[in-house]
Design a protein around this ligand. Structure first.
Ligand code: WTA
Length: 645
């Protein structure tokens, strides 16, 4: 397979960038010509950020699975699409070729049809990282059902909220999932999530861990039985026929829930055409993928990174994608390096938090591991500190592999700011330059463009984007107004990212982190309001305030200031009860690292919590707390400082 849109030199990048901004319709029309469409578009782009209304490749017809699978069958049918590495290294690897992937996806699509799933229906997928998860996702896409994958670390309550919001009628899950030394009972969590649920009609259960499960008559069915039945329907004389449903370019492909600064997580909606082009284009350009190379993205498919760079991006390029069931430290901290060695991985794409965690084990886990196949290293999910960047570059890349620091978000569908491996320059801890089609701008609180450099010669402001790229979110499910107010209302005619950034004189961007009330804990997005709501559910809690603080490995940790009804200071049990409550309501990933019991919170006279002060205290800065004269009770600040944990 060839990628005529792959940028090969810095000059070419500059030329492409210029063209993409000056004539986006021509530029993206030319790129999109390299993808598989049943019918081409009538118009490449129509948009306004006011409503917002964004339409790419208007009038085009396609099915993304024909682009990601069918079109490769003739020339690459026997090439591995997915190499699956189990949690337990002693267990057998599974290699899924493109033709096998085709068969399984068609089979599962037929299973969905057999169970009454129709185009546009929402199918919630709650599974571990097994190949069947890929079949489920792509099976939905094949018949135009909207998949909504939920990360295996979320609690029953979180799942219930998402099922309700998406009005989902179908669930695909596993009996359990292996993660390191643990087996998580997914089906039983689903059972809890379904208590009181009135919309879900069918639950399809794949057997992975052989954990005992309760199967409800009429509702719960086994994956294996269904697949066997479907096989006979779609296969005759070794020929597989299961036509893909024709989709409009702007039909929804999936919903993925993500945390914002207020309230419950929102269902970010991506559509078929633009998302396909954006993930395919960015995959081939950022990682400079060459046919035959092995790509290993360590993310979970429960997050956007897994959607875009384990499944859709690599598969649309006909790449070989490694899918890993386990965790980086099981059975030991050399696991990633074993996988790189075993499959001769060429591209490794992981998160700064994983790098920092592995760094802390020293060099021993690297001994005897052949990493010479590596060509490109990537990071995503949070700002990477220089120390981690250099460790990655030196010890993993041996100064031979360009490091791409890729900045993007669930809402952006794919990478927006990153160097292109070996093509555009890298700069440690800087995401560097925007992708073609991406027009960043830094603004102040009032939306005025920042033009005056600070004392270091850098521009500093809130990061916005001026115009749409094909992978931008189209709406938030069931509540378009929420999409508008969240992303398009802060500043007129701009998409606001929620991130702060610096820009140097060469046009490079450095993302400094969220400027809203969203935390980034081990690369997972968590809203402070969400955590506060969960803490406040605990019976003894009166009020709480949650802020982030710098954490050596997680990037950010969660610090909770809690007022309780009875005086439970120093009470370890009370702390553990609160942690348990948060794990129940959201999931273990949202458990606070620190809990401090307080008698009051610093509030303004209008009752607003001054988080700025709490953030400083959590960061360990107890001097220079700024103006505290507007506080209702300035004395409370001293008390909180003194009892800091
Ligand atoms: C942060 C993950 C600095 C950022 C793909 C963003 C980053 C949030 C980087 C989105 C990076 C992601 N450098 N910060 N290279 N990549 N972020 O939706 O704050 O899970 O807004 O998408 O992660 O997280 P999300």
């Amino acid at each position: 397979m060839e990628y005529p849109y792959q940028i090969k030199t810095f000059e070419e990048y500059q030329k492409n960038y210029k063209e993409s901004v000056e004539n986006p319709e021509k530029f993206w029309g030319d790129v999109a010509d390299n993808f598989f469409w049943r019918k081409k578009w009538d118009k490449v782009l129509e948009w306004n950020f006011k409503e917002p209304k964004i339409e790419w490749f208007k009038g085009a017809k396609l099915n993304i699975t024909e682009n990601c699978i069918d079109r490769h069958l003739e020339t690459m049918g026997e090439k591995p699409a997915i190499i699956w590495e189990p949690n337990n290294p002693e267990e057998r690897t599974r290699v899924v070729t493109y033709s096998r992937l085709h068969k399984r996806v068609c089979q599962f699509a037929q299973v969905l049809l057999n169970n009454g799933v129709k185009k546009g229906d929402r199918v919630c997928i709650y599974m571990g990282m097994v190949p069947e998860l890929a079949y489920a996702v792509l099976g939905c896409a094949r018949i135009g059902a909207i998949h909504s994958v939920i990360f295996g670390g979320f609690s029953a309550q979180s799942i219930a909220d998402r099922l309700y919001d998406a009005n989902a009628e179908f669930i695909v899950t596993c009996d359990g999932a292996y993660r390191g030394g643990k087996a998580i009972p997914l089906k039983s969590i689903i059972d809890d999530a379904l208590i009181g649920n009135r919309t879900v009609k069918k639950v399809i259960v794949y057997t992975r861990t052989r954990t005992p499960v309760s199967m409800l008559k009429g509702r719960d069915i086994w994956w294996e039985d269904e697949m066997e039945y479907a096989e006979a329907q779609i296969e005759k004389d070794n020929v597989i026929t299961m036509p893909a449903t024709e989709m409009d370019a702007e039909d929804p492909l999936f919903i993925l829930y993500t945390s914002g600064s207020t309230g419950k997580p929102k269902g970010v909606v991506h559509t078929c055409g633009g998302y396909m082009v954006w993930t395919g284009y960015t995959f081939v350009n950022v990682f400079q993928y060459k046919p035959g190379e092995v790509h290993f993205c360590t993310a979970d498919i429960g997050w956007i990174t897994g959607h875009s760079y384990i499944l859709y991006g690599p598969l649309s390029a006909g790449a070989t994608s490694v899918m890993f069931e386990g965790i980086p430290t099981y059975p030991d901290a050399g696991r990633f390096w074993d996988i790189v060695d075993k499959y001769k991985v060429n591209i490794l794409y992981t998160a700064p938090t994983a790098i920092r965690s592995l760094m802390s084990y020293g060099m021993d886990p690297l001994k005897g591991k052949d990493l010479s196949s590596l060509k490109v290293l990537g990071t995503v999910g949070e700002p990477i500190n220089e120390e981690a960047w250099h460790w990655y570059d030196e010890n993993i890349g041996k100064h031979n592999c360009p490091v791409v620091d890729t900045w993007w978000q669930t809402e952006t569908g794919g990478i927006l700011i990153s160097n292109l491996a070996g093509v555009t320059p890298s700069k440690p801890s800087w995401a560097t330059l925007p992708m073609p089609g991406v027009q960043p701008v830094l603004v102040d609180e009032r939306g005025k463009e920042i033009t005056e450099p600070d004392e270091h010669g850098l521009l500093k402001g809130n990061l916005c984007i001026k115009a749409p790229w094909p992978g931008i979110l189209r709406t938030t499910y069931g509540d378009h107004e929420r999409c508008r107010t969240n992303y398009f209302a802060s500043y007129e005619n701009l998409y606001f990212t929620g991130d702060g950034a610096l820009k140097d004189k060469d046009g490079n961007y450095r993302i400094t982190g969220r400027v809203d009330d969203v935390l980034n804990v081990s690369g997972h997005r968590i809203g402070t309001a969400e955590v506060e709501n969960a803490i406040n559910m605990h019976t003894n809690v009166v009020e709480s305030a949650v802020v982030g603080f710098p954490h050596n490995i997680k990037g950010q940790g969660i610090y909770a200031f809690v007022i309780t009804e009875k005086n439970t200071h120093e009470d370890e049990r009370a702390k553990n009860d609160i942690l348990e409550t948060v794990a129940r309501i959201i999931g273990p990933i949202a458990k606070p690292d620190k809990i401090q019991f307080v008698n009051g919170l610093p509030k303004t006279r209008s009752g607003k919590i001054m988080r700025r002060i709490l953030r400083k205290i959590a960061e360990g800065e107890t001097e220079n707390l700024g103006d505290t004269t507007t506080l209702l009770d300035p004395g409370i600040v001293d008390e909180i400082k003194q009892n800091k944990v």
